[in-house]
Design a protein around this ligand. Structure first.
Ligand SMILES: NC(=O)C1=CN([C@@H]2O[C@H](COP(=O)(O)OP(=O)(O)OC[C@H]3O[C@@H](n4cnc5c(N)ncnc54)[C@H](O)[C@@H]3O)[C@@H](O)[C@H]2O)C=CC1
Ligand SMILES: CN(C=O)/C=C(\CC(=O)O)C(=O)O
Length: 487
């Protein structure tokens, strides 16, 4: 059985406790994981705090930090396959996707390596004759990073990359479900030569480890990705240390198809949007909003594609849909589909878990026209698509915005002016037009409403890991005049 360790203060160590990790493809225990509780969290945060203020990291130039990030990028690229196999084994996400995604994760580190020495302060044209005034950009402090199980290397790279570029130190908490790839990634951080304490990687459960980390007095910022309910705990905890927070949360993203769209292309994008990663994607296009005149044709096309999907072992390169990450996911998705059908949703395909070993659930489509289905409101985080139809552009926009979430959206039409009107009207952090689920280190992502706040990716994300310091330098040799007047 594989055995993993924490990475704290530049050393690999066991946790205060240990727990078994389950292979979602078989339901069997495959690895033994360390579990951090309050004492381990405290050790890791103190290491990050020392590294921030006292260690070699605090004395490095931004260019030197960038060079370490370039090394890390090369190591991630060279080890992408090993990391991908671990992620697939521990979370069930198919190897076809993990190997491509993790190779691309290297590009995120490369992008932020280049940014490290481009984070500039500024000189202020101050309104006083004898003063020079600057803004310095300094690292925000020790950052707590909390990620969910899906795409852990990607979701941590969009935090670790900009935070390192900005000069921060950090404690990264891998999800208790499927932490193997992130714990293994710690070996690459070590090999790249980051000084002890700069990046600490632990895992543990939300209530004992995540909460202790988020409220730790030496934590200045919490970068969180997960569900909205957990985010509320994170925000409440931040009342203790008054840390700032960035929240990347769930979604119920609309996927709008007009009759003039290339339906074959839109159907492929819809398959990518809801069945890739077995639907366990924050940006899943889980609400299909299709023009009524093409609804039957489009849904028939989707059903055909859904039924042709190869479901199988996630480590098999031919597999297109693997298991869900946990049994809890499988049970929750099954229960929400059943409730939706009870409320009147009509089953087009799929519908209930696949019996046998592993946590499998088939691609599922629910026709929800004229039904108040919970499937249109609640996030499944699974391979379930809910379909509604519209007649006018106004109705399409109203349906798209009929959600408290606002992470992503897809829009398929050949009509350029309509596309422009809708991309402004849709209330979501991302609008993909005639494409879906495209990502890049250069393009920020993040949500509106219940999908959270803050943006990851892009230059601005690195600035978010800095705080400004205002420096006043008096350039006159004359004695300070009247001390009782503010100037
Ligand atoms: N917007 C985005 O970029 C993404 C959002 N997500 C969202 O994540 C959710 C699925 O992931 P889950 O792991 O089920 O989410 P979750 O919210 O249950 O857990 C996320 C992380 O928070 C930790 N946690 C739990 N309680 C905590 C507490 N009180 N204080 C601090 N940390 C705590 C967990 O241990 C885990 O590491 C979905 O809602 C999904 O949409 C997932 C991927 C990307
Ligand atoms: C965050 N994201 C795109 O902007 C996409 C992801 C990440 C995730 O959900 O884990 C994805 O589609 O996998």
């Amino acid at each position: 059985m594989r055995r993993f360790q924490h990475y704290i203060d530049g050393e690999f160590s066991d946790g205060e406790a240990r727990y078994p990790s389950i292979d979602p493809a078989t339901g069997a225990i495959w690895a033994d994981m360390p579990e951090a509780r309050e004492a381990d969290v405290d050790r890791a945060v103190n290491a990050a705090d020392r590294a921030l203020y006292d260690g070699p990291w605090s004395k490095m130039t931004a260019t030197q930090r960038g060079k370490l990030l370039y090394k890390l990028a090369d190591l991630v690229a060279a080890n992408a396959q090993i990391l991908a196999e671990l992620e697939t084994q521990d979370t069930g996400k198919i190897i076809r996707e993990t190997s491509a995604q993790i190779a691309y994760v290297a590009e995120y580190y490369r992008y932020y390596a280049g940014i490290a020495d481009k984070i500039e302060g500024s000189y202020l044209p101050i309104d006083k004759p004898d003063m020079d005034v600057w803004l310095r950009r300094e690292p925000i402090g020790v950052v707590a990073m909390v990620v969910p199980w899906n795409s852990q290397l990607f979701l941590s790279a969009v935090k670790i990359g900009p935070a390192l570029a900005a000069g921060c130190t950090m404690v990264v908490k891998a999800s208790e479900d499927g932490p193997a790839p992130l714990l293994e990634f710690a070996r690459l951080v070590h090999q790249a030569g980051f000084p002890a304490g700069v990046v600490n990687i632990i895992t543990g459960f939300g209530g004992s480890c995540g909460a202790a980390l988020g409220r730790h007095p030496k934590v200045a910022h919490v970068a969180f990705t997960g569900g909205p309910e957990t985010a509320r705990h994170v925000v409440r905890n931040s009342a203790e240390n008054l840390a700032s927070t960035s929240l990347e949360l769930g979604g119920k993203s609309p996927f709008i198809v007009f009759a003039d769209a290339d339906l074959e292309s839109a159907a492929n994008a819809q398959v990518a949007g809801i069945f890739a990663a077995t639907g366990q994607s924050c940006v899943a296009g889980s609400r299909l909003i299709v023009e009524r005149s093409v609804k039957d044709k489009f849904v028939a096309l989707l059903r055909e594609k859904a039924q042709a999907i190869r479901i199988g072992a996630p480590l098999d390169m031919a597999t297109e849909v693997g298991p869900l990450a946990t049994k809890r996911q499988q049970d929750n998705i099954g229960a929400l589909v059943a409730r939706s059908i009870e409320s009147g949703a009509r089953l087009v395909t799929g519908g209930s878990k696949i019996d046998g070993e592993g946590f499998y659930f088939p691609p599922t489509i629910l026709d929800c026209d004229d039904v108040d289905s919970p499937s249109l409101i609640e996030e499944f985080f699974g391979p379930v698509l809910s379909v509604v139809s519209f007649e006018t552009e106004t109705e399409a926009l109203m349906l798209a915005n009929n959600t408290r979430y606002g992470l992503a959206s897809g829009l398929f039409t050949q009509n350029l002016t309509r596309a422009h009107r809708l991309m402004k009207g849709i209330r979501a952090g991302i609008v993909w037009v005639n494409t879906y689920r495209a990502v890049s280190p250069i393009a920020p992502f993040g949500g509106f409403g219940l999908s959270g706040h803050g943006r990851e990716g892009g230059m601005a994300a690195a600035l978010d890991y800095t705080r400004t310091k205002t420096i006043w330098l008096r350039t006159s040799d004359d004695p300070i005049p009247d001390p009782f007047v503010m100037r």
